[in-house]
Every structure is written in structure tokens, then in C-alpha cells.
Write a protein that binds this ligand. Structure first.
Ligand code: AMP
Length: 427
């Protein structure tokens, strides 16, 4: 491929300058594939996950097209509508537009539920270039007459599969019915089940199709360690690690909201600034916690897997698995929060006796043994030597080897990205 620069993709200077400020040197594969077609006004179907650089893949050409045909949106309307499934994602897309568009002078509004609507209504009053919204609140504001979609020139549906999972299909159909039929549409989804394909047919006209294989986080770049520790010592071990100066920005994972709260509270008592983020928190509490973590004011964020989905924070130095994840895949996603964009990072897993099974499954999944650190004050021999729940108490009539055979089948020996030569990732 020869076109591996942003100039080669046809992007104008103000956008390239913003990318340079961000330290982007090369476009990612999805950007290489998508940007030229979007600039030409084509509809696009993109199979890509978060972490591939997909936001810039649509944001950059959209801003350029807006600038090429400059005009003011009428009051209460927008020129571009981007639909995304969660409040966090809409906020992140909004931030990306601000970052990439800092030399472009375009306006935007972000609209999502869970907070008062006045501010959003006000932001839309005079019309904006780009409106980024979750479906429910957008429909609410449309029904109240605060937003109209008749001026939309470009429509983006992001994370379509997650939208469907979250039950937004009816809202999406209603929104689509309000869009002008003459428009450019871009459709992104990480997976392409049949329903998603049929939804895409109702939105796109003769689309260009682009697809990037999911980049698994570069586990090779992450210094992975496991510490065996009894459950009641985990809090003390965590404080000890966090008091070390090397742990600058640390994401701590728990399995439940309850434990997340407890861990954050205990750290605060120990004068280690920490906040918890999970589904039970109000939107403003989540936004505030995330902001404090991003800016480094709160160096420790305690999160459940669900709450951490879609959080986009750079420079996380440490990921700590306070509780092991149930699914080996979650482990890869958790630790992938550090060592992004080629940086190195540390992932430490606290493993108690009951979690030996999880650890074994994870090691099988990543086809790698995680280094054991015994040199810490809370090391538990019992946890280290435990052979896992299943092995200690095999169900009646089933021998140990059979039982392990069963677990192995749960995670078939598929070819994973970890075996492939290392590739650049963008998260
Ligand atoms: P996304 O898939 O849009 O969530 O992007 C994932 C991360 O990759 C974000 O933190 C972006 O800032 C970053 N990113 C996007 N494009 C590039 C690029 N060309 N070079 C380096 N980082 C990038």
C-alpha cells in the first residue's frame, strides 16, 4: 500500500495539523480504507471495533466535507447526526471531534439521557454542525420540538450491534424515518449478525464495505504478573502497590459494583485518592470520576467490566485485577487498557485460592504463563497451591482429567492474534 500518510488520504492541512498535535504519524488500516470513500460522498459499511481508530476514520472526512460545503445549520437542526449507544461513547466522540477539529471552527452538541435536558436544548437552539446523540434522548427532544432532523446531510450509526443488544432498534428506526432520504450514511458495527446486515440495508445505498480484523491488545507489550493472596489481604496488598510511585495511573478491576465501592472507599481512607465507576452511579458522578482520572487528579479508578467498556483513557500505567474476571476474554480486554499505542504497561492479577480456575483458563486462552511474584508481604501459599474449585471437588462420577477436558472445550484452541507476529495497535 502506498497511501500510508494523511496527506495521501486527501485530508486538508488544518486536520493534518491537529493530528500532528496528537502525535498521530500514520493512519490506521480502517482510516486508510474509509477516509477516501467518505470524502467522495459514498455510503460506507465498516466492520470495526473500538480501538481500531474508527472514530477518526469517520470524524476526519466528515469535518472536511462540512468545510468543503460550508453553510450554517438552521436553528434546532444539525448537518451531521451521529448515533451512539452510550453516554460515554457520545462524550468521547464529541471530544474526538473537538480534538481533530480544533483548527476547523465547527460547532457541535452532545445529547444523552440521565442528565437534565436544558443545557442540551440550549446547545441546539441555534443549530450545530455536528450532533452526537444517544437514541432515547434524541427522540425525546425531537418529540418536544427542540430538534429537527430535516437538515441532516451525513448520518452515522456507530456500534450498531451494541445498539441492538441494548434494545434501541425501534428508536433507531423512528430516527431513520425522520432523516432526509438524500444523505450520506455511514454504518459501523464490530460484528455482523443477520439482523445487523438487514438493518444496514435499510440505511445504506450502494455502500463501500470496509473491514478490519479486531486487533487484540498487544499482550506482549504488557508486563503481566500474578500475586497469590488471600481474599482478606487483597485490600492491604492493593494499598501497598498503590503507594509505590511507579503506579501513576491505575485502573483497578472488580467483578461487582459492591466490591468496586468498597475498594474505592478503603483506598480513600488510606489517603489514596480513588473513585469507583459502575452502572449504579449517576451520570454526573461517572463523568466527574472519569474526568478526574483522565486529568490525573484521581490516580486510581476502580471499575467493573461493564463500566469500563468504551472508556478511552491514555497513559494508564497499571491495571490491577483485584478480582479475576470470569471470562478469559475479559482479562485480555482489561489488561489491554494499559500499554496502548505502543507504550508499555503493567498488569497485576490478585489470585485467591477460589480463583485458580480462572487463572488457568486465562493462561490457556493467552497461551502464556503469567509470571508469579511471591516476593510480597501477603503471599498466600494456600492460594498458590490450590488446584482450583473443580479439581478439588469433582462432581460425582467424573474424574479430574475428564473435567479438565470439559473446561478446555469451553475455550477451543483457536488461533488467536497472540500467535501472529506483533502488529501495531492503536489503543
Ligand atoms: P477508536 O477506535 O476511535 O476508539 O480509537 C482508539 C484510540 O486510537 C484513540 O485513543 C485514538 O486517539 C487513537 N488513534 C486513532 N487514530 C490513530 C492514529 N492514526 N495514530 C495513533 N493513534 C490513533
Amino acid at each position: 500500500m502506498t497511501e500510508l500518510t494523511f496527506v495521501g488520504l486527501g485530508l486538508v492541512e488544518p486536520l493534518r495539523r491537529a493530528l500532528k498535535d496528537e502525535g498521530y504519524i500514520q493512519p490506521t488500516p480502517i482510516q486508510v480504507q474509509a477516509i477516501p470513500s467518505i470524502l467522495l460522498g459514498r455510503d460506507l459499511m465498516g466492520v470495526a471495533q473500538t480501538g481500531t481508530g474508527k472514530t477518526a476514520a469517520f470524524a476526519l472526512p466528515i469535518m472536511q466535507r462540512l468545510a468543503e460545503a460550508k453553510r450554517h445549520a438552521a436553528g434546532r437542526t444539525a448537518r451531521v447526526l451521529i448515533l451512539a449507544p452510550t453516554r460515554e461513547l457520545t462524550a468521547q466522540i464529541g471530544d474526538s471531534f473537538k480534538t481533530y477539529g480544533k483548527y476547523m471552527n465547527q460547532t457541535q452538541a452532545v445529547v444523552f439521557g440521565g442528565v437534565g435536558q436544558n443545557h442540551q436544548v440550549h446547545a441546539m437552539h441555534r443549530g450545530v454542525d455536528v450532533l452526537i446523540a444517544t437514541p432515547g434522548r434524541l427522540l425525546d427532544l425531537i418529540n418536544q420540538g427542540y430538534i429537527r432532523l430535516d437538515g441532516i446531510e451525513i448520518f452515522v450509526l456507530d456500534e450498531a450491534d451494541r445498539m441492538l443488544d441494548m434494545g434501541f432498534i425501534h428508536d433507531i428506526r423512528k430516527i431513520i424515518s425522520k432523516l432526509p432520504s438524500k444523505r450520506q450514511s455511514l454504518f459501523f458495527s464490530a460484528t455482523m449478525p443477520r439482523e445487523i446486515i438487514s438493518l444496514s440495508h435499510t440505511i445504506l445505498t450502494n455502500p463501500v464495505k470496509v473491514s478490519v480484523t479486531p486487533e487484540s491488545p498487544t499482550v506482549e507489550l504488557i508486563d503481566q504478573k500474578v500475586m497469590f493472596v488471600d481474599r482478606y489481604d487483597k485490600g492491604k496488598l492493593l494499598s501497598k502497590i498503590l503507594k509505590d510511585k511507579a503506579t501513576k495511573k491505575t485502573l483497578v478491576f472488580t467483578r461487582t459494583k459492591h466490591v468496586a465501592n468498597k475498594v474505592a472507599l478503603n483506598l480513600t481512607k488510606e489517603h489514596i485518592p480513588a473513585q469507583a465507576i459502575h452502572g449504579n452511579k449517576s451520570q454526573s458522578a461517572r463523568t466527574q470520576a472519569l474526568k478526574a482520572f483522565k486529568t490525573g487528579r484521581t490516580p486510581v479508578l476502580v471499575a467493573t467490566d461493564i463500566a469500563a467498556r468504551g472508556i478511552d483513557v491514555d497513559n494508564i500505567t497499571h491495571v490491577i485485577n483485584y478480582e479475576m474476571p470470569d471470562e478469559p476474554d475479559s482479562y485480555v480486554h482489561r489488561i489491554g487498557r494499559t500499554a496502548r499505542a505502543g507504550a508499555s504497561g503493567v498488569a497485576i492479577s490478585f489470585c485467591e485460592a477460589q480463583e485458580r480456575d480462572c487463572l488457568r483458563d486465562i493462561e490457556r486462552h493467552i497461551r502464556q504463563q503469567i509470571r508469579v511474584v511471591v516476593d510480597h508481604p501477603y503471599h498466600s501459599h494456600e492460594a498458590m497451591n490450590a488446584t482450583g474449585r473443580g479439581a478439588r471437588r469433582p462432581p460425582r462420577g467424573m474424574s479430574k482429567p475428564q473435567q479438565h477436558g470439559g473446561r478446555q472445550r469451553k475455550y477451543p484452541q483457536k488461533k488467536t492474534a497472540h500467535r501472529r507476529p506483533r502488529r501495531q495497535t492503536y489503543r
